[in-house]
Design a protein around this ligand. Structure first.
Ligand code: ADP
Length: 449
């Protein structure tokens, strides 16, 4: 196999006793090809967690592929929805011990039924939904069905047999299988969870360690939300850029664990607010603006729209690099709730009014983000209500320049806030302007002579 430099790979087997110059790795480890033009059958690779570099046998790795976005991808392929008991029995033929499915109860709306094939019969276990939890025996409680199926696949409990084989609903594709085939399914036993570091709208975020690497883990317990996030997570498998928070993989446990690189300095708003003018100079602000712009330029090149670009969704790494996060996840909001939940102060007028989201509406949000950066994390449109913002902005009102903001940066903000989307610049144009400005503040040594 001839891999190109930069290819992300997964090791197919161990190489524990490496010879001199060879890289040590284990089955399932993630490696990046550094140099492919070596002697036949070998290439140089870097271990993604240890950072070590060395030779590897090219045929001992497979490429870590992006997942195809597929609406049939399901975290619960064994869930058949509202079908009757007799239909469930038909579906579980030919009988096989441990073959199972879950259906919605017709007689008890809100409850579920676990149907399991055992000794030639199908046994139906009623799953009671009570106080936001699920139970079969009033002893063991679960947050969601995924959690329950996972548990009874390992423990028999009151069931005649452990669950062995899901009866897949026609047309669905098992997310677990697809994630595993493409190398994005991580192993829960290798994860150590640490402190809670944030609360998102859909789940808590924890610090953790995965095979020696510090990670952030977002845990989504509600299975409907988890399913919605799964679609967006598949989008993230396609993305790799220094200014986007990198997805490392997912774990299917108690819902969905989304594992990303850890951004130790937290979100950009808090970073700027807690440090302020005395610590952060204009050059650093410009660098943050440029970081975000480059991340967005990459998203634009992939034809993706963020929809929720704001300083709260930009995170800062240990070495103070700003990276865009929550990209793609913005689409989790369903159409109906869209309008009520839109971040009004960051959303372009045409997106607010006609739900017209484009790269140019992302540019509008980027302008507001620039304002947040140069005001050291202030809330945009200070003291104005959302209704007022909507009306005034529609009528042509724009925010004033933050205190001490370089005039050309303020001009750039106003360009991003052109009423007519076509007249706003693209991210490449914004990048050029920011680079020019940085050049003026920080002339290169050659320019000084
Ligand atoms: P929301 O759902 O509101 O978009 P998130 O769930 O993405 O928010 O994150 C909530 C908070 O958790 C963030 O503001 C940030 O402080 C923290 N956080 C999220 N992801 C990471 C990460 N990769 N590294 C460090 N902190 C993070």
């Amino acid at each position: 196999m001839n891999w190109a430099a930069g290819t992300q790979c997964v090791a197919k087997s161990d190489n524990k006793k490496a010879k001199s110059g060879e890289l040590v790795y284990h089955k399932g480890d993630f490696l990046t090809i550094v140099d492919a033009s070596l002697r036949k059958g070998y290439c140089k690779a870097r271990h993604n967690t240890t950072g070590d570099e060395g030779l590897i046998n090219s045929s001992n790795v497979r490429e870590r592929k992006a997942l195809r976005v597929d609406p049939n991808l399901s975290l619960m392929p064994w869930f058949h929805g509202k079908i009757s008991g007799s239909e469930a029995v038909c579906k579980l033929q030919p009988a096989e011990n441990g073959l199972f499915l879950v259906r919605e109860s017709i007689r008890h709306p809100g409850d579920y039924v676990l149907c399991v094939s055992f000794s030639g019969e199908v046994i139906h276990y009623r799953v009671i939904y009570q106080d936001n939890k699920l139970t079969i025996d009033n002893k063991q409680y679960f947050y969601n069905l995924i959690d329950m199926i996972e548990y009874y696949s390992r423990n028999k409990g009151p069931i005649a047999t452990t669950l062995m084989k899901p009866k897949q609903k026609q047309g669905t594709k098992s997310a677990e299988l697809e994630l595993s085939k493409t190398g994005w399914l991580l192993d829960i036993t290798k994860l150590t969870l640490g402190e809670n570091i944030g609360e998102g709208e859909f789940g808590a975020v924890y610090e953790g360690e995965y095979m020696g690497q510090r990670v952030a883990v977002k845990i989504i317990k509600c299975d409907v939300t988890a399913q919605a996030f799964l679609q967006e997570t598949t989008v993230m498998t396609k993305l790799q850029h220094k200014n986007l928070v990198q997805l490392l993989g997912v774990i299917l446990h108690k819902g969905l664990h989304i594992v990303t690189e850890l951004m130790t300095k937290g979100n950009l708003v808090n970073f700027l607010r807690t440090r302020g003018r005395s610590v952060i100079n204009i050059l650093q602000l410009l660098q943050f603006a440029l970081d975000v712009c480059e991340g967005m330029e990459y998203l634009e090149s992939k034809k993706l729209i963020h929809r929720d670009l704001a300083a709260r969704n930009v995170l800062v790494s240990e070495d103070s690099v700003a990276k865009v996060s929550d990209f793609g996840l913005a689409k989790v909001y369903s159409k109906e709730t869209d309008k009520a939940k839109l971040p009004v102060k960051w959303t372009a007028p045409e997106a607010l009014k006609k739900e017209k989201f484009t790269t140019k509406s992302d540019i509008w949000s980027y302008g507001v983000l620039l304002w947040e950066i140069f005001s050291y994390g202030r809330q945009p449109y200070p003291k104005m209500s959302l209704k007022e913002v909507k009306e005034k902005v529609e009528g042509g009102y724009r925010m004033e320049a933050p205190v001490d903001c370089p005039p050309c940066i303020y001009s750039l903000m106003k360009l991003c806030w052109e009423q007519e989307p076509r007249r706003r610049p693209g991210f490449t144009k914004v990048k050029e302007k920011l680079e020019q400005e940085m050049g003026k503040l920080n002339p290169s040594p050659t320019a000084e002579h």
